[in-house]
Design a protein around this ligand. Structure first.
Ligand code: ZN
Length: 218
């Protein structure tokens, strides 16, 4: 073990990113209890019009929802490394085939307020795990109200229309794009991002998220 890692572990012993209990030496990121009880999602699903399929690690509820809220709103940006490992395993397990790895960005204003773009950190962590590059393909050009404040699926779709723009389409034209985000709810955001990417020349868009709400794979 590197001296710096040893010192960091001594000062900040690694905790389960879900229940926050101290991890044992044979556990990484997630304790055995959480691994056993968190609602894992098997298989891929389609939610939204413009991406082919999506894979997610866990259902968005209980400890998984609390953990993602700490990551997104509580400043715990270091969770990205753990989520990245979980998501990379999910992408490999579900055999998602892609050429370009990217993320669904937040607006500049939101990033300044939060201090980081949680989706970008996630995508970078996934890229490190998979040994591929992480490429920016989109920017958010309007700071729309948060999707969580919208009352139904139609409002969520309307809220994201026209808020994304493709960046340097020559990076992904004719290629399969894997779009990373933290949570999928109605699929409105990822569908709009996919629409913009397809319009700018992407051959196909696939998605992967840490969590998915109200899961039913029908
Ligand atoms: Zn745990």
């Amino acid at each position: 073990m590197k001296a710096v890692t040893w010192l960091l572990d001594l000062l900040y012993p690694p905790r389960c990113v879900f229940c926050r209990k101290l991890l044992r030496s044979d556990e990484t990121d997630v304790c055995k209890k959480c691994r056993g009880r968190l609602p894992q999602i098997d298989g891929t699903f389609k939610r939204g019009k413009f991406f082919t399929q999506c894979c997610s690690v866990y259902e968005y509820r209980d400890e998984a929802a609390d953990s993602l809220k700490r990551y997104k709103f509580g400043g715990l940006r270091h969770y990205a490394a753990a989520y990245g490992r979980l998501l990379a395993m999910c992408i490999l397990r579900e055999r998602l085939e892609f050429d370009v790895l990217t993320w669904a960005p937040i607006s500049k204003k939101r990033r300044r307020a939060r201090g980081y773009d949680q989706s970008r950190l996630l995508a970078e962590a996934v890229a490190r795990e998979l040994g591929v590059q992480c490429v920016q393909t989109l920017e958010k050009i309007r700071d729309n109200p948060a999707q969580s404040t919208m009352k139904d699926a139609a409002a969520r779709h309307a809220n994201v229309m026209g808020v994304y723009r493709a960046v340097m389409p020559e990076r992904f034209a004719g290629r399969r794009v894997l779009l990373i985000d933290d949570i999928i709810t109605t699929g409105a955001t990822l569908s709009e991002c996919s629409f913009v990417l397809l319009n700018a020349g992407a051959a196909e868009v696939l998605c992967a998220t840490v969590a998915a709400t109200q899961f039913s794979n029908n």
